[in-house]
Design a protein around this ligand. Structure first.
Ligand SMILES: C[S@@+](CC[C@H](N)C(=O)[O-])C[C@H]1O[C@@H](n2cnc3c(N)ncnc32)[C@H](O)[C@@H]1O
Length: 270
């Protein structure tokens, strides 16, 4: 497999600049328990060969590598260079899942979290991931439906409007980048159409409060994506007020829903 030349710039919300380490840390805090719990349900164990796509800081890939040791291995790919935990059996590759070569019928398990939603060619990429599975192998896709995450408790009506402005602006920025913010709820049907069987889908949403990594991630956006929000019409003052609101002990919001969807590549008939 060849490494990408990295010609395509990564999407804004997919690991944009030097601050992406904090983004990956918060994603891990928020979603690793769900992701790892679901991966464990596949029966993953020694000897398995795994592919982690858009691996970010490699936290999930390192966890997989420990599960499949000493006889298995994990290939962790990302379009950007990532922090590389030194774990036996874990290999990193700079790789664009849209266009770089991908071996076929190679992996017992393929996992991608919050990657396909970023890619306009997500259905074609999904087909590639399915072909990368060995017959009988499992694909797990963990993705947001970010379309219904209202504030539920706010200090005053102005704060309610501010939060809506911020979330609407974020959605507008993402839509402008061809991100599918509702992809999570479409993933199961797309995986079925791509030929996977035994589809299992778990949806989870929670109540966000100031100590939730999900809200802290939104707060992080106000700083590391400041220029993009300002270009989209928000002022620095509004962004500061958003940060204040997100840190308010009384603030509550419905989180994005995350879907964790699994499907199996059918075994070939003799
Ligand atoms: C939102 S982050 C999620 C990271 C990690 N999967 C997680 O959940 O913590 C999306 C990741 O996908 C990577 N990415 C974006 N486009 C990609 C592409 N075309 N090929 C491979 N990786 C890509 C980004 O660099 C980033 O690390």
């Amino acid at each position: 497999m060849n490494a990408t030349s990295g010609l395509r710039p990564p999407p804004v919300f997919g690991g944009h600049d030097d601050h992406n380490g904090e983004q990956h840390r918060l994603l891990g805090l928020a979603f690793d328990p769900l992701t790892k719990g679901r991966l464990a349900q596949t029966g993953i164990g020694p000897g398995w060969r795994c592919l982690e796509v858009g691996a970010g800081d490699g936290g999930v890939a390192a966890w997989l590598a420990r599960r499949v040791a000493p006889t298995g291995g994990v290939l962790a790919t990302d379009i950007r260079p990532v922090r590389r935990p030194a774990v036996a059996g874990l290999e990193f590759l700079r790789h664009d899942i849209v266009r770089d070569p991908l071996p076929e019928a190679e992996f017992d398990l393929v996992h991608a979290r919050l990657v396909l939603r970023l890619l306009p060619d997500r259905l074609a990429v999904l087909d590639r991931l399915v072909r990368a599975l060995k017959p009988g192998g499992v694909l797990q896709v963990d993705e947001f439906d970010a379309t219904d995450a209202p504030a539920l408790r706010v200090p005053d009506p102005a704060a309610h409007r501010l939060y809506r402005t911020f979330m609407d602006t974020k959605a507008r920025i993402m839509n402008g980048e061809d991100v599918d913010t509702a992809w999570g709820r479409k993933a199961a049907a797309a995986m079925r159409r791509s030929g996977l069987t035994g589809i299992s889908s778990l949806r989870r949403s929670e109540l966000w409060s100031a100590d939730s990594p999900g809200l802290q991630l939104l707060s992080h956006h106000t700083r590391h994506l400041r220029e993009i929000f300002v270009r989209a019409g928000m002022t620095d003052r509004q962004l500061a007020e958003v940060r204040e609101l997100l840190a308010h002990p009384g603030f509550r919001a419905r989180s994005y829903a995350i879907y964790s969807v699994q499907g199996r590549r059918p075994r070939e008939r003799r």
